[in-house]
Ligand binder design. Structure first.
Ligand code: G16
Ligand code: MG
Length: 220
């Protein structure tokens, strides 16, 4: 039976995916690498190191470690300036209602974000205290699409993977959930997230259909 729901952050609970895109696009532009929405789709859920490597590969560029780290630092500073204005108003519609409904059913709530800024963002959204366990992106070895972060959150919650549902907006995230042998719910585009067990266009639709979604888990 379902004992925990493990949420991704960026693009699932709030629209920080947009801010990551703006910050990466600016780096790519300076490197002279074309960076479009399709590239961005591939970077969703991917950690910063691998994201920069993807952009360099696309431009057939190699840079030394110092320059690499400087670009990571610059991207993060830009990102931090973009998220400075986040308030509880930026929480996607349906998130609080969904959390309340899960808690009423005794289902635990976890966070599996690849972002080292996750706690800061949760704080700004005013929802940090609602989580039973928040995964630490810095302490897992392999980033999404590897299952590590989802497995570490399940362990932190004290719940077996097969009793967990994972919620993701990124293809790499859905792969991570399925590799962790969990039930996967996608938020976003049907074609991009076609590996998911269920897909909703928005978080609000997931919340509106939460009972059906939980029933489908139990019969899976
Ligand atoms: C997020 C984003 C990614 C971002 C990554 C690392 O993951 O989707 O675009 O590159 O975190 O973020 P940071 O540079 O803040 O450590 P998630 O898993 O919350 O979607
Ligand atoms: Mg995401």
């Amino acid at each position: 039976a379902l004992q925990a729901v493990i949420f991704d952050l960026d693009g699932v609970l709030t629209d920080t995916a947009e801010f990551h895109f703006i910050a990466w696009q600016s780096i790519a532009q300076d490197l002279g690498v074309d960076f479009n929405l399709d590239d961005n789709e591939k970077l969703k859920g991917v950690d910063r190191h691998n994201s920069l490597q993807h952009i360099l590969n696309k431009g057939n560029l190699t840079i030394d470690e110092q320059a690499f780290n400087q670009l990571l630092d610059r991207k993060n500073k830009h990102y931090l300036s973009l998220i400075a204005a986040i308030t509880p108003q930026h929480l996607f519609e349906g998130v609080l209602a969904c959390f309340t409904a899960l808690k009423a059913r005794g289902i635990k709530i976890g966070l599996a974000s690849a972002s080292k800024n996750a706690t800061l963002v949760l704080n700004k959204l005013g929802i940090e205290s609602l989580f039973d366990f928040i995964g630490d992106a810095a302490s897992v070895k392999n980033s999404k699409p590897a299952p590590d972060i989802f497995l570490s959150v399940a362990a932190g919650l004290g719940v077996d993977a097969h009793n967990c549902m994972g919620i993701e907006d990124a293809a790499a995230g859905i792969t991570a959930i399925k590799s962790a042998k969990m039930y996967a719910v996608g938020i976003g585009d049907k074609n991009t997230l076609n590996q998911a067990d269920q897909i909703f266009t928005t978080f609000d639709l997931l919340n509106l259909h939460l009972s059906d979604c939980l029933t489908a888990f139990e019969s899976s």
